[in-house]
Design a protein around this ligand. Structure first.
Ligand code: 9PG
Length: 478
């Protein structure tokens, strides 16, 4: 099939190991595996070093390529040739990898022969054509403008019901659609019952949010469980195992390792279905489903299948259990396999009150918290907004709570306007008048948004250029 739209030529080929002859490859578009994984245009000869810290390494990018020394990407890759023409090789199936190999773009799929898009033309044109093809193949959910208050970036894991009741009151007069309780409400990762800071129980929180006219939102990490959770003690059969029968560790956080649950086992599907139905019955209609990459980890599946196909099963289980009218935001999620099943997806690492964490930068980990990592990865993934809602993570308005300069805060606001996914975590009653006005203007105004070049946008009458963030010492990564 060959389609020509404007300046773009698109072919669909079926192959297990496609090769696209480019000629001299000047730049390579490396697409990170999941929400937090580094993404962007890099030197094709870039040497990458494994992240030395094992816990960080596990949550950083595709574990099957954690020790690669050459650059490669997940699902899609692109190259700029000597004349400035862009060539894109992008999977229309799962389990695909693309990397620069001499004068070619090389691909392979662990799922066997799959369909691939081969597109050439302008950079905006090739990504738009690929996004359209992905939507046709994997499905599209309605595109929505989302205005959400989320508890994470002010309260973190200490959030309490009293904090929520205060925020619900303080949100009065601000145009939020969703108030979302993040990590910190649960007894433990895997043990999805309200903890002591929520003595009234989660239905009371959902009721209070609903009564204020907003959609109640809740954070869950349904496909992981902490090693020391009650779930792992009671239901060890849910845990994904490796070839030796040991639990698969998907990462280290919350002070210890957490395991993947086997997304292909009927027992896990029943557990996840019951969990999602339960939180839906509490009244939550917006779910931030986090650490989903764990459902695409390698392991001995109960029903053997390629691991991103297993992830797609997990996504289907979540959608079926939540129902069509529940907003599902995927986070820490393999990006391409999330299309069509989730309403939105986080497309970068966590924003933070700091520009970067020097310790993470020193180990070459650009998937960690920090405004720089979030701005760089998100601005390189904006092509996805054609096919799925894209969440750039929160904007800060309370200047006293952050170490970020005005340029950075403006970039976060611009990314929110461009994506139409507007989030904040600020303690609303601590905003001064000017800060509250800035929040309201972001929530209410819909200035026209237009793309000038890959990283330069027009937002109303302003230019939003994300190039400067790239130049702020991301080492050799971009
Ligand atoms: C809650 C948070 C917030 C946030 C998510 C996600 O690598 N790590 O250890 C790691 C920890 C937390 C994290 C990302 C990576 O953040 O993106 O918005 O919901 O979980 O725990």
């Amino acid at each position: 099939m060959i389609a020509l739209t404007g300046d773009v030529t698109l072919r669909v080929i079926r192959a297990e190991d496609p090769r696209v002859e480019v000629g001299t490859i000047r730049r390579f578009y490396r697409h990170g595996w999941h929400s937090w994984s580094p993404t962007g245009w890099v030197d094709p000869g870039l040497r990458v070093s494994p992240i030395p810290d094992e816990g960080r390494r596990l949550g950083h990018d595709d574990p099957a390529h954690a020790f690669d020394t050459r650059v490669g990407g997940s699902g899609v890759g692109a190259a700029v040739d000597a004349e400035g023409r862009v060539w894109l090789l992008g999977a229309l199936g799962t389990d695909a990898r693309v990397w620069p190999d001499g004068s070619t773009l090389a691909g392979s799929s662990r799922a066997g022969p799959i369909d691939w898009c081969v597109v050439d033309g302008s950079v905006e044109g090739v990504f738009a054509a690929y996004a359209a093809a992905l939507g046709d193949r994997l499905g599209r959910r309605p595109n929505r403008r989302v205005r959400v208050w989320c508890s994470w970036y002010s309260y973190y894991e200490n959030v309490s019901q009293d904090d929520l009741f205060e925020i619900i009151a303080a949100a009065d007069g601000h145009d939020f659609d969703v108030i979302q309780v993040d990590d910190g409400w649960e007894r433990g990762i895997g043990d999805w019952v309200a903890n002591d800071r929520f003595p009234s129980g989660m239905p009371a929180i959902a009721d209070a949010i609903s009564a204020s006219g907003r959609t109640p939102g809740l954070w869950l990490a349904p496909y992981i469980a902490r090693a020391d959770s009650q779930l792992v003690a009671d239901r060890p059969e849910l845990v994904l195992r490796d070839g030796d029968g040991s639990p698969v560790i998907a990462g280290v956080n919350w002070g210890g390792p957490y395991y993947s649950l086997d997304p292909t086992s009927e027992a896990t599907a029943a557990f996840v279905t019951e969990l999602v139905e339960r939180v839906r019955s509490w009244g939550f209609a917006y779910l931030k489903l986090d650490f989903l990459y764990a459902a695409a980890f390698p392991g001995e599946h109960a029903d053997p299948m390629p691991r991103e196909l297993a992830y797609r099963h997990a996504a289907q289980t979540l959608r079926r259990a939540a129902g069509d009218d529940c907003y599902l935001l995927a986070c820490g999620a393999p990006v391409i396999p999330s299309i069509g099943l989730f309403d939105g997806i986080r497309i970068g690492p966590d924003v933070a009150e700091i520009w970067e964490d020097p310790e993470l930068t020193a180990m070459g980990d650009y998937s960690g918290r920090g405004a720089r990592n979030a701005i760089v990865t998100t601005s390189e993934r904006l092509w996805l907004r054609d096919v799925i809602d894209t969440d750039p993570d929160v904007v800060y308005f309370d200047r006293s709570a952050v170490e970020l300069d005005e340029t950075t805060l403006q970039a976060l606001r611009d990314l929110a306007t461009i994506t139409g996914f507007i989030g904040t975590s600020d303690r609303l009653d601590e905003l001064d008048e000017r800060e509250a006005a800035a929040l309201d203007s972001l929530l209410r105004d819909t200035p026209p948004v237009q793309r000038d070049t890959w990283l330069r946008w027009r937002v109303g009458d302003r230019v939003a250029d994300f190039e400067w963030a790239q130049r702020q010492s991301r080492g050799s990564a971009s």
